[in-house]
Ligand binder design. Sequence first.
Ligand code: 13P
Length: 289
Amino acid sequence: MLVTMDKILNKARQEGYGVIAPSTFSLELIGCAIEAAEKKRSPLILNINLKYDALQTEENREIFLYVARERAMRASVPVAINLDHGADYPTVVRAIHHGFTSVMLDASAKPFEENIAAVKEVVHTAHSIGIPVEAELGCVGMADPTFLIETKYTGSSKTDPALVAEYVERTGVDFLAVSIGNAHGPYAKNIVPHIDFDLLEQIAKITPIPLVLHGGSGTGDENLTKACQMGISKINVGTDLMKIATDQAIAGYEENANKGRLRFLTNYVDGYRDGIEYYMDVFGSTHKA
Ligand code: 13P
């Protein structure tokens, strides 16, 4: 069933588990993410960024969201459709018009007061039609796989716990993305990021709203399980799913190339689905639908 994201995440925060928000960047992946959730009896958040290639025209956006909503409505588990990294007010309002059931406004690179003002404006509009909002305090940057020092990310700054209460109160935001040592994209080989659990503990004590971890890939299963138990309720995962899917697609292609069978896309989709199912167990959302 199609739901707004608060229906999924408030329960997750209360019960201490996390829900995967896989980067859903093509039409085939919508159905297979939902299949994974139905198999695991887990809630699911389709995380969709308007920068994806498949969403570059108004027509494609309409079709993509039509398929996502239709699949979500037919699902036997709760599914939310979240706008990932919405850039500004017009983008977010347009996304709501397209049928997203939750929106993120990412103003994390702006100074504190500007971040608050931008998010508050979106919250005002979104809440007036029942759509919840995610925003980010501190800034989750990009992991640079060439840096071998885990703390050196591009454009990162940690969430300041002293600002959390004021930020949540003044913006009225429903979900808070935090920067606690996580980063988007692939880390250098063999580097597992140092997650600042003391900081997470402080933030989780300050606010009862669901917390969000961007850059879930490569974070290490133990770190992720612990973070979910401590208040992280939504975990965005993109890079790891692309890697599993691509590896399986290449293997499928090589195995079948001479046998007249085309296994590229099937294997890709299977790999993506496997990755989601795996993380549902790690985050503790299996059987929580
Ligand atoms: P990863 O690709 O690092 O998993 O990050 C995904 C993400 O945070 C999307 O917002």
